[in-house]
Design a protein around this ligand. Structure first.
Ligand code: ADP
Ligand code: MG
Length: 227
């Protein structure tokens, strides 16, 4: 088993920024149809700022996963406008609180995703089925916990979360929006993917990709160390 290190957290943010940038137009288009066209811009600007901050203020040896996640939360809150800034900021703040003090084992990785999902729901007050990013975060959290309970590695936990988020995002296509800007469209929101759910799937894939490239060797029995 390999645990998730500071380098993983730094790479996660780099991958988020790359994904937000590469999918900027697609996210703008999704938000144009059922919102106000700014989601792609919001997350592109936000994660670019995060990467700059993380590069300037954290180091591989001197910072922890928690430091990176806290800085991410703070930066997203101050640079991303709209609904998604405070939502994602709260998600990363809760994630930081769940991350413990060192590198993350599988169960802690699942706890981080669960905490982020809870942050989104407590901040936005949406439940599943309302066509929001909750429809990607909530199934991701369940899949992460299930994978951790099944004894999977931290990287596999994140991959399971990413896959569930992608499925959850697809499932928003047939939903009627009842929260956020898209709710103004009512039934006319059906047939379109929610932009926040789409970006969530990208950000969780970014986490899983970072785990396959940036990991530290866990010295042994991480079940025992969890206690
Ligand atoms: P805004 O809606 O202010 O323009 P963005 O376009 O950046 O902000 O983000 C829109 C996304 O935010 C939506 O696609 C949806 O996923 C998410 N969202 C909006 N309101 C809520 C809410 N109350 N709870 C959870 N997610 C929400
Ligand atoms: Mg918008």
């Amino acid at each position: 088993m390999t645990n998730l290190s500071t380098v993983w957290a730094q790479d996660w943010m780099k991958n988020c920024a790359a994904a937000a940038h590469d999918h900027r137009d697609e996210l703008i288009e999704l938000d144009r149809v059922i919102g106000d066209s700014d989601h792609g811009e919001n997350v592109d600007r936000g994660f670019r700022a995060v990467v700059d901050k993380v590069a300037a203020e954290t180091t591989e040896d001197g910072s922890t996963v928690v430091d990176v996640l806290k800085l991410t939360a703070k930066t997203l809150m101050s640079t991303v406008g709209g609904a998604s800034g405070p939502l994602l900021g709260t998600a990363f703040l809760r994630a930081a609180k769940a991350a413990g003090s060192g590198d993350l084992d599988a169960s802690t990785a699942a706890a981080v995703i669960e905490a982020a999902a809870e942050g989104i729901t407590s901040r936005g007050k949406a439940t599943e089925g309302e066509k929001t990013m909750v429809d990607a975060w909530a199934p991701a959290a369940r899949a992460a916990r299930e994978a951790a309970n099944a004894g999977r590695s931290p990287a596999e936990v994140l991959r399971a979360a990413a896959e569930a988020a992608a499925e959850g995002a697809e499932a928003t296509i047939s939903m009627v929006a009842t929260k956020g800007r898209a709710s103004y469209l009512g039934e006319r929101s059906v047939g379109h993917k929610d932009p926040g759910a789409a970006s969530t799937a990208l950000f969780l894939a970014a986490a899983a990709d970072a785990a396959s490239s940036a990991v530290t060797e866990d010295s042994g029995n991480n079940k025992a160390e969890e206690a």
